[in-house]
Write a protein that binds this ligand. Structure first.
Ligand code: GDP
Ligand code: IMO
Ligand code: MG
Length: 421
């Protein structure tokens, strides 16, 4: 049996905290897509840690963690992350497994990411510059190198061949930065990787499912950044939605049970691209300040706005969401008035559907207003004890989406999660 936790918005919904909370109920936590563009924040013994590639179950002693074939893996980031995890007294070698089919991010992928963004000028995606796009391009272009290739005698030869190909592309983009230091780090990290358990991920996971073990697939990014269904071209390069679990781990769709969608009580986006409910005013600034909305991977300020139910309903539909976790509800504690987007006016026409090319049309969000609850909810443990205004806010969203908010997160701590089952 496989359950999924994934983001319903533009990433950074608080997936890391939620996976960490649910991890004890599962045997395996598996990442199925994305790579070091992700930044999942957890608090371990009150200390903050940000994971980029290691699944968020690593701090639970009995949990197996798998980096699936759908991920693109940067050995350099992995090495740094392992060192950070080890500083918490965790022996990452014991519980971390990597699929041999996982594609590698090379130093030249990072250079290509940077060169591509520079060449786009004002139209840049706002990529995290971790090499994600170029690495997935080499995967679909059938050129990439995989974790299983590291043990091949011809690895260095294959690397040089691909590097040459990349160099031509870099030259054509007029990119001439010296990346020799990145390469040195890369080969050190490749040596470091030899200590890991590299497995045939699809057999590894299916054998365990057959034995009755429970898997939690941990999504990265968010549904609105999905390569097919997101705000293309301002998206990431993988399928972030539940369908990505099957191809990213090698599990059949019948194995998937719960799809737990994580959404903030409001909305954020980092990087370029359409964001209909964005607030470019004092209210947006307040959301950013109270919510501490700065990227966990790049430190960039996140754009903030009201919750967008049109986009959320779309995300629930394409993912088959069975339960919602609403995070950062406490950030709304101080607001007199809250707004919720219930429809768009697209070029003057009202719709409840997400349009094809969001960036090419004018979207006016139609907003409903709700009174704020103006009280501190961070210590509340029981849904019924939440302020009436907040219960009304939640009920309204449940009705609109036809999916229930089953959990409300009211603070960054592991214990700050209210059940509403
Ligand atoms: P992820 O990428 O989806 O795992 O999310 P990030 O870690 O990038 O960003 C979420 C941020 O919100 C982190 O700093 C979390 O510690 C924090 N966070 C998560 N849940 C809550 C919550 O309910 N309330 C508050 N105030 N912060 C939260
Ligand atoms: P987590 O897992 C928020 C955004 C980038 C950029 C676009 C493409 O922490 O939620 P990429 O590096 O993939 O080429 O960037 O996607 N992006 C994220 N935004 N959270 C993330 O991950 C993101 N990963 C990528 O800002 O706009
Ligand atoms: Mg994040």
């Amino acid at each position: 049996m496989v359950d999924v936790i994934l983001g319903l918005q533009w990433g950074d919904e608080g997936k890391g905290k939620i996976v960490d909370y649910f991890a004890p109920r599962y045997d395996i936590i598996a990442r199925f897509q994305g790579g070091p563009n992700a930044g999942h924040t957890l608090y371990v013994n009150g200390k903050k840690v940000v994971l980029h590639q290691i699944p968020s179950g690593i701090f639970h002693e009995k949990t197996t963690n798998l980096i699936g074939n759908g991920v693109v893996l940067d050995p350099v980031t992995l090495k740094k992350e392992c060192e950070s995890v080890a500083s918490f007294g965790i022996d990452y070698r014991k519980n971390l497994y990597i699929s041999q089919r996982t594609h590698l991010i090379l130093p030249t992928h990072r250079a290509l990411d940077k060169a591509s963004e520079i060449s786009k000028g004002n139209e840049k995606i706002g990529s995290t510059l971790k090499g994600i796009g170029p690495a997935y391009m080499d995967k679909t272009g059938r050129n990439g190198l995989r974790v299983g290739d590291l043990s091949d005698k011809s690895f260095v030869t294959q690397y040089i061949k691909l590097r040459l190909k990349h160099q031509k592309l870099l030259d054509s983009l007029n990119f001439h930065e010296d990346i020799s230091a990145w390469e040195e780090e890369f080969f050190e990290a490749v040596e470091f990787m030899r200590q890991f358990k590299v497995v045939n991920g699809e057999y590894f996971i299916n054998e365990r499912i057959q034995k009755g073990q429970k898997v939690l697939a941990e999504g990265a990014q968010g549904s609105m950044l999905d390569i097919d269904f997101g705000t293309f071209p301002f998206v990431t390069s993988s399928n972030t939605i539940s369908a990505g679990v099957c191809s990213g781990l090698g599990v059949a769709p019948q194995q998937i049970k719960d799809v737990i969608g994580v959404s903030k009580a409001y909305c954020t986006r980092v990087g370029s691209g359409p964001f209909p409910t964005e607030l470019e005013d004092a209210t947006g600034e307040e959301l950013r300040k109270i919510g501490n909305e700065f990227g966990a991977t790049t430190g960039r300020p996140r754009r903030c706005g009201w919750i967008d139910l049109v986009a959320l309903k779309f995300a629930c539909m394409i993912n088959g969401v069975t339960k919602i976790v609403m995070t950062k509800a406490d950030v709304l504690d101080a607001f007199d008035e809250l707004k919720v987007c219930t429809a768009y006016k697209v070029n003057g026409q009202k719709t409840e559907e997400v349009p094809f090319q969001m960036e090419k049309v004018t979207i006016d969000p139609l907003l409903e207003s709700f009174p704020g609850w103006k009280s501190d909810i961070t210590a509340i443990k029981d849904f019924k004890k939440l302020p009436k205004q907040m219960q009304q806010y939640v009920e309204y969203i449940n009705k609109y989406l036809h999916v229930s908010i089953a959990y409300i997160s009211n603070g960054p701590g592991r214990e700050q999660l209210i059940e509403n089952l």
